[in-house]
Write a protein that binds this ligand. Structure first.
Ligand SMILES: *Cc1c(COP(=O)(O)O)cnc(C)c1O
Length: 392
């Protein structure tokens, strides 16, 4: 069997470009307090990672192992994550007068959301680097995903979630063996408690973009889209944005694939959707700002979008702008209606965050920001099964 080697070389601060040793444990860049991004020797990766070679590879995100950060194959944890189907939405497409409307159905991943991609990589790499305990602030799915991979890795996991986290998540955290603390407040309050534990040396913080590797898991969505569209990326990607790892990750994936010689310089327009009750990225995008002010009084039924301040704000905003995309809000009523519409029209029970993409598409078509003939992908980021309270 061929041993596939990671081509990871170093980490780079996303703000200053300063470089750091990839084989040490890091959270944010020590100098700037901003996210660190993994960099690779792309030429070395390309020696074995060729488009044709992918046919022989497993149908998980590990098929791109050369461009992922885990060196020791024994530390590449897997529960079957990734390589989700790209589903043609014929019925919704017809209703909207569109010919090429697709969904990437991430609800089929272990723990039923795309959070598993990021946490699979983050936990695998933490295991490899000798981390002994893990913690995460979460509004729902990130906690489930961390708990699953921590169990697989045999590492203790502590979850800090807002007290109003839906009951199915709590049950899942406990079933997967995590220690759970319910917090009166938002995910930002949970994050402060995780930070306290970090200062006391109790665990490693796996918060969105506060360690370098969750984004590496999320970027595989970009690789998969290219592969599934036969190396011609779609025109538009509509993405429900909280911490924004998927936007940052896919944008990074497109650049890497161009370096690998897999795609040309054309890029999809990345469109970020947030809830009207918590839209710091949308506000900053339209204000022309490079970073986002924290949103006060954040409230939405789409828990994954209830992120008042994103540490990777500038990376998200840069990607939206460089791609020629945009950002918009939808209301919670529109989200609820879109959940039902998606289920009834297409047979997919989606999470509220995912439903927000369909609600957004309606606005984008009406405004002429998306044309009916374009190839559009909605990111169905999670299953609706943990959100039954929203439809009963
Ligand atoms: C966390 C989450 C989001 C937001 O993802 P980010 O990468 O943090 O922007 C969207 N949908 C679901 C289902 C989520 O769990």
């Amino acid at each position: 069997m061929i041993i596939v080697k990671s081509a990871l070389t170093h980490l780079e601060c996303g703000w200053t470009g300063e470089t750091y040793d990839a084989d040490r444990v890091w959270n944010l860049s020590p100098a700037a307090g901003r996210p660190l991004l993994a960099r690779y020797d792309v030429a070395a990766a390309g020696a074995t990672l060729r488009r044709e070679a992918l046919r022989e590879r497993p149908a998980t995100l590990w098929r791109y192992a050369e461009m992922l950060p885990v060196r020791d194959p024994a530390c590449r944890l897997t529960l079957g994550e990734g390589f989700t189907p790209l589903i043609r939405l014929e019925h919704l497409g017809a209703t909207l007068g569109m010919e090429a409307l697709y969904a990437k159905d991430e609800g089929l991943i272990p723990t039923a959301s795309f959070k598993a991609r990021g946490l699979c990589l983050a936990v695998s790499r933490a295991l490899e680097l000798g981390v002994r305990a893990l913690a995460i602030p979460t509004a729902g799915n990130a906690g489930s995903a961390m708990a699953a991979y921590a169990a697989k890795a045999g590492l203790p996991a502590a979850i800090f979630a807002p007290r109003d986290v839906p009951a199915p998540f709590l049950a899942e955290y406990r079933a997967l063996g995590a220690e759970v603390t319910l917090v009166d407040g938002l995910i930002s309050d949970c994050a402060r408690l995780v930070q306290e534990g970090v200062r006391e040396g109790r665990w490693f913080d796996l918060s969105t973009l506060k360690e370098p590797y969750r984004v590496e898991g999320k970027k595989t969505m970009g690789y998969e889209l290219a592969e599934q569209f036969d190396w011609a990326l779609p025109d538009v990607i509509i993405y429900p944005t909280g911490g924004g790892t998927g936007i940052v990750g896919m944008w990074k994936a497109f650049a890497e694939m161009e370096q690998l010689g897999w795609i040309d310089s054309r890029r999809p327009r990345l469109i970020s959707v947030q809830s009207a009750g918590c839209a710091p990225i949308v506000r900053a995008f339209h204000a022309g700002a490079r970073t986002a002010e924290p949103w006060s009084g954040a409230a939405t039924i789409a828990d994954g979008l209830r992120v008042p301040a994103a540490i990777g704000d500038f990376l998200i905003l840069d990607a939206l702008r460089e791609s020629g995309g945009t950002a918009l809000t939808v209301t919670d009523d529109e989200i609820r209606a879109a959940m039902l519409e998606t289920g009834r029209a297409e047979g997919i029970f989606v999470a509220p965050e995912a439903a927000a993409t369909l609600a957004a598409l309606r606005h984008l078509l009406a405004a002429g920001a998306v044309r009916p003939g374009e190839r559009v992908v909605l990111f169905f980021t999670g299953s609706g099964l943990k959100y039954t309270h929203l439809v009963s």
